[in-house]
Design a protein around this ligand. Structure first.
Ligand code: ASP
Length: 301
């Protein structure tokens, strides 16, 4: 664990890492690059201007929620009934402040709604109609639920009986800012064909998202039920604390997910020093990273 002196503000080198889902289709990998770069850049603009990690991860995730190629916001997979239900969570690791929403319709950027829940300092998780009513009360515009459904997902939904119900393209970001604060966020449309009302790990702090500025932060993706079973995000940070090696911790966490959780998935990690890591048990998990040593966001897939 770093001493307060080690975590002194001037010593931190800001970094951001983003992911585009452990279920992303490998045959479409080229399609994910522009969005991944744009998301890393959006978060980086915040960090490089001296902004907060929480703002950086929210900005990065919003870019991916707005990109219809990812399973978050517009473009999300459809439930069994052909509707979009969104989960998202966000966490700031200094005071362990967090907010989350689940099974939300009518909101195009659920990560921002999760951020507003965090800002209440009163609640952590709001769901369904209550979350939409809260969005209205804090001035987040409501959208027509049909505007979140893309032709591509409508077609996939129609074909679903013939295909396996592929997971696809959940999004997330983890960042460290100049002040040494770590933040993480995750957003998803869930799993294709899920029962209406199903909530996955992405809305659950400790499962899909976790941040503790004295250790690091994590955003997870994959089989939500398996991730929940092993409390994946929290366990990954425990490994990070013990191993002090983000890539190794991510790999051990994925082994745990496969062996104990009996599911597949991946995660991105940043430690308190700003070192990034990632791992997945799936064929593809789009990842991009940006830090001061890079001229532009680097994609790692
Ligand atoms: N973890 C998400 C969920 O189960 C899906 C994913 O990451 O692909 O809702």
């Amino acid at each position: 664990m770093p001493s307060p002196a080690e975590r002194a503000p001037a010593t931190r080198v800001p970094t951001i890492i983003v992911h585009g889902g452990a279920g992303a289709d490998p045959s479409e990998s080229h399609e994910f690059r522009p969005g991944m770069r744009a998301a890393a850049l959006a978060g980086w603009r915040v960090l490089s201007a001296g902004g907060a990690a929480l703002d950086a991860v929210e900005s990065a995730v919003r870019v991916l929620e707005d990109d219809p190629r990812f399973n978050a916001g517009r473009g999300s997979v459809l439930t069994r009934d052909g509707t979009v239900e969104l989960d998202a969570s966000i966490m700031e690791g200094d005071r362990l402040q967090c907010g989350a929403v689940a099974a939300v319709t009518r909101v195009a950027n659920p990560v921002t709604l999760a951020r507003r829940v965090l800002e209440t300092r009163r609640h952590v998780l709001l769901v369904g109609d209550g979350a939409v009513a809260f969005a209205r009360s804090v001035g987040i515009p409501e959208c027509d639920p049909a505007s979140l459904v893309t032709d591509r997902q409508r077609q996939r939904h129609a074909e679903r009986a013939a295909r396996s119900a592929a997971l696809g393209g959940t999004v997330g970001a983890v960042a460290l800012d100049r002040n040494g604060t770590v933040a993480a966020a995750t957003s998803t449309g869930g799993t294709a064909g899920q029962l209406p009302g199903r909530v996955g790990d992405s809305a659950l702090i400790g499962c899909g998202t976790y941040a503790d500025s004295s250790i690091g932060g994590v955003s997870c993706t994959g089989d939500g039920e398996a991730i929940i079973r092993v409390v994946f995000g929290c366990r990954a940070l425990h490994y990070l604390k013990d191993a002090d090696d983000p890539d190794y911790a991510a790999k051990v966490a994925v082994d745990l997910l496969v062996e104990e959780g009996r599911g597949h998935g991946g995660l991105i990690v940043i430690d308190w020093r700003g070192r990034a890591g990632y791992a997945t048990s799936t064929p593809l998990m789009p990842v991009a990273i940006m830090s001061p040593t890079l001229a532009e966001p680097r994609t790692l897939f």
